[in-house]
Design a protein around this ligand. Structure first.
Ligand SMILES: *Cc1c(COP(=O)(O)O)cnc(C)c1O
Length: 354
């Protein structure tokens, strides 16, 4: 693929790596490519990071035909820059596209676009421990047309954001609210797709949880309101009687790259690992009988997020005395070790940008 490069005249001042936070700063350039029906994806280019001009009638504003991905680039001690399993994100991107009637993109072209953009912006990959460069590819429908149908024109864009260490003062277990009123997704819907629409549907429940003093929502399945789906922006794991359990992928859950990686790692450690339905009753019951060892969320942003408390309105449980569990800590150390090149990449998961 030919990628045209237009260098930005203004170079922004780089933010202080100590307080990057998440998703607040953007680099000098972005990648853009257009899709036109009959012509396919064309005009790949890296251009200055700037506003995008669209018709107010652009279909994305009205019918929400939009998808996104999220992955990170990590700077190693030797100043290499690594991506973590980008092939998995690209495969998921095309699965999302298929579900949303968005034209697929050649996976090799997506990887090339990511690598070239990160290479062009390599000075923006921060080096403080725990920091990284977040990569956000996304696609949206641009036809100026009011009518519900798959669009004929799209933009594929990639932007980059330097992000801070998720845990500055050690890993703090989070408090989570079990949501029984709202649901995020149902089988047959778009829960397995990384689409903005899923997040729009989740905001109300998320806000309710925040207002009650919780940091995230635990979503239950939309049919029985009984089985656990996932947590806000993370997949979820429970360790019961030394069995590592995560809900199976049945269509309503986002198939996380961190989830898949955590499963491979705990299997390699010899644990009994199950992808199966797990009800919220089973979790609360396991706590009562002393068999709930630990619980944690997995996702690119936090990597591993231990769960210290679950509230389902009628009762609350404190998990592992509100402390991080052994498997959570070990998984966090292993995953981040591989990502920052501090541990041998025995699974062959990292891809060098430079
Ligand atoms: C992105 C996302 C995850 C985590 O996926 P990773 O690939 O591990 O980052 C989990 N749940 C939802 C709803 C997501 O959007």
């Amino acid at each position: 693929m030919r990628i045209n490069f237009t260098e930005s005249k203004v170079k922004k001042e780089k933010p202080n790596s100590e307080n990057l936070g998440f998703g607040k700063y953007f680099t000098d350039h972005m990648f853009i490519m257009d899709y036109t029906e009959g012509k396919g994806w064309h005009d790949a280019r890296i251009v200055p990071f700037e506003n995008i001009s669209l018709s107010p009638a652009a279909m994305v504003f009205h019918y929400g035909q939009e998808m996104f991905e999220g992955l990170k680039a990590y700077r190693t001690k030797n100043n290499d820059i690594l991506l973590f399993r980008p092939d998995k994100n690209i495969e998921r991107m095309n699965n999302t596209n298929e579900r949303l009637c968005i034209p697929k993109i050649n996976p090799d072209d997506v990887l090339e676009a990511i690598k070239e953009l990160v290479k062009a912006e390599q000075d923006w990959v921060p080096s403080l421990p725990g920091t990284s460069l977040y990569i956000r590819p996304f696609i949206f429908a641009t036809d100026p047309f009011l009518g519900v149908k798959p669009a004929q024109n799209y933009i594929f864009c990639i932007i980059l954001s330097p992000v801070g260490a998720y845990y500055k003062e050690g890993i703090n277990p989070v408090k989570i609210f079990v949501e029984t009123e709202y649901v995020r997704a149902v089988k047959g819907g778009i829960g397995f797709a990384k689409a903005g629409g899923n997040y729009a549907a989740s905001l109300c429940g998320q806000k309710k949880a925040y207002d009650l003093g919780y940091s995230q929502v635990l979503w239950l399945d939309g049919v029985h309101r009984k089985y656990i789906d996932e947590v806000g922006t993370m997949n979820v794991f429970f360790v019961i009687d030394n069995e590592v359990i995560t809900p199976m992928l049945e269509g309503s859950i986002l198939p996380g790259v961190t989830r898949a990686s955590a499963l491979d790692i705990v299997k390699s450690w010899g644990y009994k690992v199950s992808e199966r339905r797990i009800s919220v009753d089973e979790v609360f019951e396991a706590q009562k009988t002393g068999k709930l060892n630990e619980a944690f969320g997995t996702g690119t942003a936090a990597v591993i997020s231990p769960i210290g408390l679950l509230d389902r309105e009628t009762e609350k449980i404190i998990i592992n005395d509100g402390k991080i569990g052994n498997i959570s800590q070990r998984l966090y150390d292993t995953l981040t070790g591989i990502q920052w090149g501090l541990l041998p990449d025995t699974f062959g998961w990292t891809v060098k940008v430079k």
